[in-house]
Write a protein that binds this ligand. Structure first.
Ligand SMILES: *Cc1c(COP(=O)(O)O)cnc(C)c1O
Length: 379
């Protein structure tokens, strides 16, 4: 098949013409404003030593799926800790947040059920809906009136599942979970929340979007690879839900368990996160400062007050040029283009972490001012 690759090159050329090809970049000593390691835990010495100790005791890989030879005390210890952290009865580990989303969405809703999904949900939720035997209906991004319409339209389905990201990865919006839960209650629907970016960041104790709104969705899905600083995914919910997933979620059953060392690092991280109120306040003040100053310069800045700060450029090529100019000046912040976002909504997506110092933030703002003027985006 691949001895004649002209067809592949043609497809790549089409993307090139539209300015949409993706490239791998090596991060060296630039100033990075694109990390999901919001609390700087990925390089925290406490996580590193926890992982090292566990590496010495348990080795590098887990050697099998959880249901065969891969299950060790660290997996179960971390699951109990995640349940405690998320304040649910139980939790289940997956190899990534992506696979956790797919595992839940492809197994829980059945034929005759319907998934009611926010328009801007993450790719892993979209893929999970595609794999589900249930139908999928899309509602307008965080639009509660439209969600209610969809709930009314789907009255004939057996079961209804509203599925939403907690914090939207490309827009930085927070899903209004309190109101979504209220709608779900009056229309007898379940709520599934993908809280990859909320966990560790939102709520008094960093428990995520549910804590931020003081609600408890039916299913909470998360990742260990963002604020938790390690690698892997999880689902938190009732004991019955977790038992069900152990028996039905194919991305759980047929996947090698995550390494015990990852579990140990994540376990340590959860304790730190609960104690990191000040760090979260510091993060929030970074976010508020950057957004305020960018807006004052005249940039169009989207999102709620989360560490995800999208600066809208609009035109795809111009966005790519903006990102290149930032890079030339030593700042890494990616251009986000279609199909990740809608046509005409290309953007530079900044993320802030507690590791950014005042000098770095000031340099970022100066550079945005400079490049924005160069590209006639601001005066
Ligand atoms: C990163 C992300 C995921 C996937 O998590 P991984 O652990 O990286 O696979 C799922 N949903 C959202 C919204 C994300 O941003």
């Amino acid at each position: 098949m691949l001895n004649d690759e002209r067809w592949l090159n043609k497809r790549l050329d089409k993307m090139k013409e539209a300015g949409l090809t993706r490239h791998l970049r090596k991060i060296n000593n630039q100033s990075v404003f694109s990390s999901n390691d919001y609390l700087g835990l990925a390089k925290d010495t406490r996580l590193i030593s926890a992982a090292k100790r566990t590496l010495d005791d348990w080795g590098v890989g887990s050697s099998g799926s959880r249901l065969t030879t891969g299950n060790c005390e660290w997996h179960e210890k971390l699951e109990r800790r995640i349940a405690e952290f998320k304040q649910t009865e139980a939790a289940l580990l997956f190899s990534s947040g992506y696979l956790a989303n797919i595992g839940v969405l492809s197994s829980l809703p059945e034929k005759g059920d319907v998934l009611i999904s926010d328009q801007l949900n993450h790719a892993s939720i979209i893929d999970g809906c595609r794999l589900s035997k249930a139908d999928t209906v899309i509602y307008k991004h965080v639009d509660l009136d439209n969600l209610e319409e969809k709930l009314k339209e789907t009255a004939s389905y057996k079961r209804r599942f509203i599925v939403t990201d907690g914090v939207f990865s490309m827009d930085g919006h927070i899903a209004p979970l309190d109101k979504i839960m209220a709608l779900a209650k009056s229309y007898h629907a379940c709520v599934i929340v993908g809280d990859a970016h909320g966990t560790g960041v939102l709520g008094e104790n960093g428990r995520g979007t549910s804590e931020y709104f003081g609600v408890m969705p039916d299913v909470v899905i998360g990742t260990l690879s963002k604020a938790i600083g390690s690698e892997g995914g999880f689902v938190a919910g009732s004991k019955t839900l977790i038992d069900f997933l152990v028996n039905h979620a194919r991305t759980f059953i047929f996947q090698t368990a995550i390494p015990p060392a990852n579990c140990a690092a994540s376990y340590t991280a959860l304790g730190i996160i609960e104690q990191s109120k000040e760090k979260r306040q510091q993060l929030r003040s970074h976010v508020l400062q950057i957004k305020k100053e960018l807006k004052e310069m005249g940039f169009s800045v989207k999102g709620a007050d989360t560490p995800i700060i999208p600066v809208i450029v609009g035109n795809t090529q111009k966005t790519a040029i903006f990102a290149e100019k930032l890079q030339e000046k030593g700042i890494f912040a990616p251009a986000i283009r279609p199909p990740t976002v809608a046509i005409g909504e290309s953007r530079i997506r900044l993320t802030v972490t507690t590791e950014h110092c005042t000098n770095e933030i000031n340099y970022l703002l100066e550079t945005f001012n400079l490049v924005g003027k160069e590209l006639n985006m601001i005066k």
